[in-house]
Write a protein that binds this ligand. Structure first.
Ligand code: ADP
Ligand code: ZN
Length: 517
């Protein structure tokens, strides 16, 4: 049976669990009774869909909304999972197909509307088909005091007893009374494993910096934390080796780790990290799944992670002991280009690629955030009402300016050159640089030639990076990464919308203390 992590990426196409998911998936897969309280949008469905694939037999999913069930069934089928629904919205053919799949023991997930449970034939059917797990979505519907009371939900408790299988209940409603009612009615008063935890890790300090000289940025971050255990995540295997060497040359105890190493070497590195104080492991994302070291004091990203979920999971390895821990994530225009092209050139179907772009945008939004990083991060996972005081933006609020005018200049340079050029050439046009390439293309006679002289080359780089971060422009893999305008930029170009930019995170990064080698 493939592991949860393998199914997560192969079937669902995600690169990391969201906060809270992994523990819940594990408990449900083990067949424990579970009550999981997670915010809306936190990713509850995965917490029963994935265990359903790890268990023999059928998982019955009870959900109050037909539209939602149909969406989930469609999503699962697209991912190659046998799923079906029995609801009043079915055509007779659909219902027949579900029965057929059940008889042939092919079905992994059966979605069923709660009102079906009232019929004796449904219970007989469920008895026959080898149900291994009941999952209840929107479990607060069993509470008579809530807004969403569904009388049919009261039958679920009987169903669990009749089938004698584990039950996993999910809700976003966390108040204590509702919880008590859920336990009473669904679990017959026997306390299930309950998962309710905020996603905030208040002891972890969050910081991002624009890449300018990544090696020296990482070296100076590590130098300020000499003797502490830390992890540096890199985008490529080769980089883990060169950066580990640079750290050793600077007097640190450091080694590299990636999936291309011999299993024995990897194990030795894991053990050393576990046992030694003050070792730095420079690694690809292959490092971490099995690492359970409570006193990792810092995590740095030499390259932008893949998604906001991956970011959260990777920084979350720091400070498990609750003592202060620090993080630094570097990002640059190259990272954005690389991540975009990885998505565009991947084999995933179009909808999944769209979703991957959206998730990447969320991470870039975090990187370019103008107010508290922690609140931006946790809002993404559905948690509001977070207090911070432990992030770079709370430490030093960034200077911002109205970027509408330069953004319009940049967009106009892009459009007037037919969306066929990269940032480097476009910036030279804006600066009015007279070079051969510009002259040969006639770009020195464009109306945008030289209109951007008020900004330096470096400031323009930061503006282009932020435009990519705000998804106003995207590199087109079919045009060698030439920048093209997105729909999101249109209102700004037309003068219907404004945009605030950060003054320049690049110049700020350069003021970091010099590195002593
Ligand atoms: P909930 O039921 O908790 O409101 P959903 O299960 O509908 O949330 O999930 C919300 C969104 O999060 C969906 O778009 C889903 O594709 C996405 N999602 C869930 N788990 C992950 C993950 N591990 N990585 C990335 N995206 C995820
Ligand atoms: Zn903050």
């Amino acid at each position: 049976m493939p592991s949860a992590a393998t199914l997560l990426s192969d079937v669902f196409g995600y690169d990391a669990f969201r906060p809270g998911q992994e523990e819940v998936v594990e408990a449900v897969a083990q067949g424990r009774n579970v009550l999981a309280i997670m915010p809306t949008g936190g990713g509850k469905s995965l917490c029963f869909q994935l265990p359903a694939l790890m268990r023999d037999g059928v998982t019955v999913v009870i959900s109050p909304l037909i539209a939602l069930m149909r969406d989930q069934v469609r999503g699962l089928r697209e991912a190659g999972v046998e799923a079906g629904a029995l609801t009043s919205g079915n055509t007779p053919e659909e219902t027949d197909a579900v029965w057929q799949a059940l008889e042939e023991k092919r079905l992994k997930l059966l979605y069923i509307a709660p009102e079906r449970l009232g019929t004796g034939s449904a219970l007989n059917m469920l008895r026959r088909i080898g149900v291994s797990l009941i999952a209840v979505d929107e479990a607060h519907c069993v509470s008579q005091w809530g807004h969403d009371f569904r009388p049919d939900y009261l039958r679920i408790g009987e169903l669990r007893q009749a089938l004698n299988v584990p039950l996993a209940a999910f809700t976003a409603t966390a108040d204590a009374e509702t919880q008590v009612e859920i336990v009473e009615r669904l679990f017959d008063g026997q306390a299930p494993d309950t998962f309710l935890r905020g996603f905030d890790r208040p002891n972890i300090h969050l910081a991002f910096a624009a890449k300018n000289n990544p090696r020296s940025q990482i070296l100076s971050f590590a130098a300020a934390r000499k003797g502490q255990s830390g992890i540096v995540y890199c985008g490529t295997r080769a980089k883990t080796e060169t950066l580990a060497k640079a750290l050793r040359d600077a007097g640190h105890s450091a080694c590299h780790y990636h999936g291309g190493m011999q299993a024995d070497d990897r194990r030795i590195t894991e053990q050393r990290f576990q046992q030694e104080d003050g070792l730095i492991v420079v690694a690809t994302v292959a490092f971490g799944m099995g690492v359970d070291k409570p006193d990792i004091r810092w995590v740095a990203h030499a390259d932008l992670p893949k998604s906001i979920e991956a970011y959260y999971q990777e920084i979350g390895r720091a400070g498990r002991d609750g003592a202060p821990a620090e993080t630094l994530t570097l990002f640059g225009a190259d990272d954005i280009r690389l991540r975009r092209s990885q998505i565009d050139e991947g084999l995933a179907p179009p909808e999944r690629r769209m979703a991957d772009h959206t998730r990447l945008n969320a991470l870039l939004g975090l990187a370019e955030a103008q107010t508290c990083r922690r609140q931006t991060l946790l809002r993404y996972f559905g948690e509001t009402d977070v207090t911070c005081g432990k992030c770079d933006l709370c430490d030093t609020p960034p200077e911002v300016f109205d970027g509408t005018q330069p953004v319009r200049m940049a967009l106009s340079a892009i459009l007037r050159t037919g969306e066929w050029f990269g940032a480097g050439h476009l910036i030279e046009i804006l600066l009015g640089t007279e070079n051969d390439r510009i002259r040969s293309k006639g770009h020195d006679s464009l109306p945008t030639f030289g209109v951007g002289k008020d900004y330096s080359r470096q400031q323009w780089q930061a503006i282009f990076r932020q435009m990519m971060g705000h998804d106003l422009i995207r590199p087109d893999p079919e045009r060698h990464g030439a920048l093209r305008m997105t729909e999101a930029a249109r209102p700004i170009l037309r003068g219907e919308d404004q945009i605030t930019l950060r003054k320049d995170s690049i110049t700020k990064a350069q003021r970091r203390p010099a590195v002593k080698a």
